[in-house]
Design a protein around this ligand. Structure first.
Ligand code: SAH
Length: 223
């Protein structure tokens, strides 16, 4: 299949995932996934599968990236916090759709590579740093949107606290049965209370606890 044919197939995969938002479709069409995939997996860059990016991490499946972005419903005027830069692929998609992306990654060499790729693709509205995503980005909080691309046992409470009233966070969480589900957390504009929606099964690498054990606290009593 030609590179063009592969891209068309990816667009079909995204549409088949139920994505109709023209902004998301266009961002998915514009960001070249091959730029985020290691040399050894170039031929699979447009397959609908997660691929290894080194250090035990993966670039997420395109339909999952599209679904999460769609569930987040970001707009041009928003800044977004992303936890887990990884390859930078999801970062680039968000950069196409928002005013600025603040992205945190715990792995130094992954972040260095992601920065190089994002610069090469002229995604200039990205600010990144090495750090513990459990802590969010307090200096820039609150955020109208937060996207987490690694799974914890519940919604990280410090991240929830960094959501604007009316804000939305999308994050994978592990289930007691050993699976994972995508969760969308919305903070009520008036009451500040959180509601949780379950958006289906997913599979992500774990959200690593990089500082201390207390960071591993999840808050299940918010909805
Ligand atoms: N969105 C990425 C995929 C991310 S894989 C992409 O499109 O390529 C999950 C990433 O989260 C990995 O790079 C991992 O190093 C990072 N991560 C895991 N725990 C973290 C933490 N506590 N803080 C910051 N990053 C973390």
């Amino acid at each position: 299949m030609t590179p063009h044919g592969r891209k068309l197939r990816l667009a079909t995969v995204v549409r088949e995932a139920g994505i109709a938002d023209s902004g998301v479709l266009s961002a998915m069409a514009q960001v070249p996934r091959e730029a985020f995939v290691p040399e050894a997996f170039q031929d699979q860059a447009y397959e609908n599968r997660a691929l290894p990016i080194g250090h035990g991490q993966t670039v997420s499946r395109p339909d999952v990236v599209a679904t999460m972005t769609d569930a987040l419903a970001p707009t041009r005027r928003m800044k977004v916090l992303e936890v887990g830069t990884g390859s930078g692929y999801q970062t680039a998609i968000l950069a196409h759709l928002t005013r600025r992306v603040y992205t945190v990654e715990q792995d130094r060499s992954l972040l260095r590579l992601a920065r190089e790729r994002l610069t090469r693709l002229r995604c200039h509205n990205v600010t990144s740093r090495i750090g513990d995503g459990w802590q969010g980005w307090p200096e820039q909080a609150p955020f109208p949107r937060i996207l987490v691309t690694a799974a914890a046992s519940g919604v990280p409470s410090r991240l929830a606290d960094q959501l604007d009233p009316g804000g939305v966070m999308v994050t994978p969480v592990t289930t007691p049965e050993g699976g994972q589900e995508l969760v969308r957390l919305t903070r009520d504009t008036d009451t500040g209370r959180f509601t949780e929606e379950r958006l289906g099964q997913v599979r992500f690498v774990p959200l690593i606890s990089t500082t201390d054990g207390s960071a591993d606290r999840a808050d299940h009593e918010r909805s």
